[in-house]
Design a protein around this ligand. Structure first.
Ligand SMILES: *Cc1c(COP(=O)(O)O)cnc(C)c1O
Length: 387
């Protein structure tokens, strides 16, 4: 390549570096609730392994003991619409369907595929999307890829959403409105009032509700089916999505929906049609974990207690803390101060990542703590001494 061409990219990287925004991989080794980076052992407070299942070696061993080599297919070798539809996919969908009140279930290669695929497939020029201001990048990309108009409502402001619904529902050129939100939000750790949201949606006949439970599946509800189970609205959410890469210790995404929507997506959703399906062994592992997770009520209770301990501690230190979940931000504001604080915490043995704009709004740089069920209460107390 001509070096002038490379210079362009090198200069852009320099700008990122000068502003303290350069992203890099760092090699790490994980062991239980600890992470080793640059020869240093730290408590891992940046993990999405909320129930500690991804790091559970005994569980992994049990899975391999139960799964003969014949069933450990490491590739599906094609899309599910060609030859890739192994029994493991249908078994996992049947398990999901059974758990989620008999509704239809559809699997995706990742949560990102899911969110960039579903919206473009379902919408047309007569559809309006109304999305919470803080939805995940994957949903924003899904809206951008779609042919629908989209508007954002103020974060978690259902009165604002109501006003937008009142205004646009009457518009005859709009036939369908899709309201898009998360249940637990990834940067603030706060949550949507799903019961009220469902009530609101039921007042508008053109509205379909799309809720992403990436941070809630496994963690909330009696059986860990998410906030939808916790607030008893599984059957009222038209498009209930979630991911397997966080508490469920695997990889992939799922949708719980009406069978007609499932059939429609199988015929129209490009990331589903044009991408090789996950390896069957991943589906088998996800199913194994999904069954196991439903009985982990104690872990969920422990995680809730830890989360409340940290939220209260952070507030007692004088920080704003919008969290009501296991994702607990310490909002510092200034980016440089936040980076310095994260470094000091890492030096003290707590692996915490700083999150800066544009990932979060201007002047709201923060330490983002995500808790996992195997962390000890004493470790939270030690952490709080450093915050
Ligand atoms: C992590 C996440 C995703 C992406 O899921 P992957 O399976 O990691 O691609 C989607 N939505 C939300 C809200 C997430 O937090």
């Amino acid at each position: 390549m001509n070096t002038d061409l490379l210079d362009h990219f090198a200069q852009q990287l320099d700008v990122l570096k000068q502003n303290g925004n350069l992203r890099q991989f760092s090699a790490n080794v994980q062991q239980g609730r600890f992470i080793h980076i640059h020869e240093r052992q730290m408590l891992n407070l940046a993990s999405n392994d909320y129930l500690g299942l991804a790091s559970d070696l005994q569980l992994r061993e049990q899975f391999f003991d139960e799964t003969p080599v014949k069933q450990r297919a490491m590739s599906s070798s094609s899309s599910r619409l060609l030859t890739g539809n192994f029994p493991e996919f249908e078994q996992l969908e049947a398990s999901l369907s059974q758990a989620f009140a008999g509704r239809a279930a559809l699997l995706f290669n990742s949560g990102y595929h899911m969110n960039i695929g579903i919206l473009p497939a379902l919408v047309d020029a007569k559809t309006l999307i109304l999305a919470d201001k803080l939805v995940h990048a994957s949903m924003i990309d899904g809206m951008r890829l779609s042919s629908a108009k989209f508007l954002r409502y103020r974060h978690n402001d259902l009165a604002h959403l109501n006003a937008l619904l009142q205004k646009h529902h009457a518009d005859e050129s709009i036939e369908r409105i899709i309201v898009v939100t998360e249940s637990i939000f990834s940067m603030d750790g706060d949550e949507t009032d799903l019961a009220t949201l469902v009530q609101l949606k039921q007042q508008f006949s053109k509205v379909m509700l799309y809720v992403d439970e990436a941070h809630a599946i496994g963690v909330r509800g009696e059986r860990g089916l998410g906030c939808a189970e916790q607030y008893d609205v599984i059957e009222q959410i038209d498009l209930l999505v979630g991911t397997f890469g966080k508490a469920l210790a695997s990889v992939g995404g799922y949708l719980i929906c009406h069978p007609i929507i499932r059939d429609y997506l199988i015929n129209t959703m490009r990331p589903l049609i044009f991408s090789t399906a996950q390896a069957p062994i991943c589906m088998a592992w996800t199913n194994f974990i999904f069954q196991h997770t439903q009985s982990l009520k104690q872990s969920r209770t422990d995680l809730t207690a830890l989360s409340q301990r940290l939220q209260q501690g952070v507030r007692a230190k004088g920080f704003d803390c919008p969290s009501s979940s296991h994702i607990v931000p310490v909002i510092i504001g200034d980016s440089a101060k936040t980076v310095a604080k994260a470094q000091a915490l890492q030096n003290a043995g707590f692996y915490i990542m700083p999150v800066r704009p544009p990932t979060v709004p201007q002047q709201s740089a923060r330490l983002r703590v995500s808790l996992t069920a195997h962390i000890q209460a004493t470790e939270i107390d030690q952490l709080l001494q450093w915050v």
